[in-house]
Design a protein around this ligand. Structure first.
Ligand code: SF4
Length: 423
């Protein structure tokens, strides 16, 4: 009897190891997306990580995607697990169902108009010591290609763009240790004095966080000071992926998830609008993407301060993150799928969702309009962050080119201002 029990135990144990081995191979092959921790730690940890991954994969596969999509179309809120389940869809029929639902919801919420803004980007300094692994824009001061523009230099760049009818200037820079709050204040006040009709959309939540720390003021006081001197709204960049484990790898020196949410909430409470962004398609899992959407939706319910959502596909080519973690460019269909899930997940809470032609290119930018997108972004004269990471889709589209692309997709182009008022 004892011998039979021993044989049974040995049989079960070997079955368990065979299962774990198979599970590891499946997980390492990317079955069901990337797996956090699969390459770290001892075998016991790897097996536990794999088990949890497989369990979650089975749970999300059990989600009835057609039911989830129908509910979202009826205005019901989707859970993060359901969003993760939709992000796993890969067969043509399911993807077409997802696309068509996102397109319908877009039409129901904002109609057939596709908006865009005439704007100019100015990255006024690339000096930064934060060393985010995904960034190829920043340089240390001693690097020969580092730069820091003075106020007249910025003014000249805006003057160059005035003939294009710009309504917005977007200012963002590296975290330059030589810049103080007074420098930022001088920058916005001089721009506002010289070009009072231009909306200043400037300074990421991380730049604001840095200004507050450096000047020993609260973030609220910093935003108030800048607004009093001409700041109009804030880009919701530096969000990357709102998960501290991911942030430790891609942007260790940046503000944490909670800090990003607090800076943005402070702006919203002052009545200052911000955009919302995500940088996706690198080391994050589908669950991280879904959770990011959840955090944005919750904050929006509380403040109503997001003007739009801008999902930014990661451009890996020249970045340290790609070299260290073998990141390859995300495919257009994966980007479109995320656009569609974002539309269904955010629903009425964030009705404006922007495509990123700078990263996708003109053709895919046009195609994305059928996946829940209703905004084409801006003319964006000069875009350095994506270009230096290896994007090659240009730095400028005229308003006429944008209109042509939108009309080519049977949609109605309309010019807007930064805050989505039609002009
Ligand atoms: S992403 Fe911003 S903070 Fe990070 S290294 Fe680049 S410029 Fe600096």
């Amino acid at each position: 009897m004892a011998r039979v029990m021993c044989a049974g135990a040995a049989y079960s144990l070997s079955g368990f190891f065979v299962f774990c081995g198979l599970a590891l191979v499946m997980a390492r092959s990317g079955w069901g997306g990337k797996v956090d921790g699969i390459d770290d730690g001892c075998w016991v940890k790897r097996i536990v990580v794999t088990y949890l991954h497989i369990k979650r994969r089975v749970e999300t596969m059990a989600i009835n995607s057609e039911y989830v999509i129908e509910r979202a179309l009826n205005g019901d809120e989707m859970s993060t697990e359901e969003a993760e389940g939709l992000l796993q869809l890969s067969d043509d029929r399911s993807l077409e169902h997802l696309r068509s639902a996102a397109d319908t919801l877009r039409k129901n919420l904002v109609g057939d108009v596709v908006t865009f803004v005439r704007n100019r980007n100015i990255n006024f300094t690339n000096i930064c010591n934060i060393d985010c692994a995904f960034c190829n824009f920043a340089k240390h001061k001693e690097d020969s290609s580092s730069f820091s523009m003075n106020v007249p230099g910025v003014i000249r760049k805006i003057e160059d763009a005035v003939p294009y009818g710009i309504r917005e200037v977007c200012l963002q820079g590296g975290i330059n240790p030589e810049w103080h709050l007074n420098d930022y204040v001088e920058l916005v006040s001089t721009i506002k004095e010289r070009f009072p009709w231009i909306h200043i959309h400037a300074f990421s939540p991380f730049e604001l966080f840095y200004m507050a720390k450096k000047s020993r003021m609260t973030v609220t006081a910093v935003i108030k000071t800048l607004v009093n001197h001409g700041l109009g709204s804030i880009p919701g960049t530096a969000a990357e992926i709102l998960d501290d484990e991911v942030r430790k790898i891609i942007c260790r020196g940046k503000l944490k998830t909670q800090e990003w949410l607090e800076v943005v909430e402070s702006a919203h409470q002052l009545g200052v609008k911000t955009s919302a962004t995500i940088m996706f398609g690198h080391i994050e899992t589908l669950r991280h993407r879904a959770r990011h959407l959840f955090l944005l939706r919750e904050l929006q319910k509380h403040t109503g301060g997001f003007s739009e959502f801008i999902p930014l596909p990661f451009v890996p080519f020249k970045t340290k993150l790609a070299r260290l973690h073998d990141v390859t460019p995300i495919s257009d269909i994966e980007v479109f799928k995320f656009y569609a899930v974002s539309r269904l997940f955010l629903g009425k809470w964030i009705p404006n969702i922007q495509t990123s032609w700078v990263k996708l290119g003109k053709e895919a930018g046009g195609q994305s309009l059928h996946w829940g997108i209703n905004d084409f972004g801006g003319t964006v004269i000069e875009e350095n962050i994506s270009r230096l990471a290896g994007a090659d889709h240009g730095q400028f589209l005229t308003a006429e080119e944008i209109q042509h692309i939108i009309e080519g997709e049977d949609r109605i182009p309309r010019e807007r201002d930064t805050l989505y008022h039609m002009v």
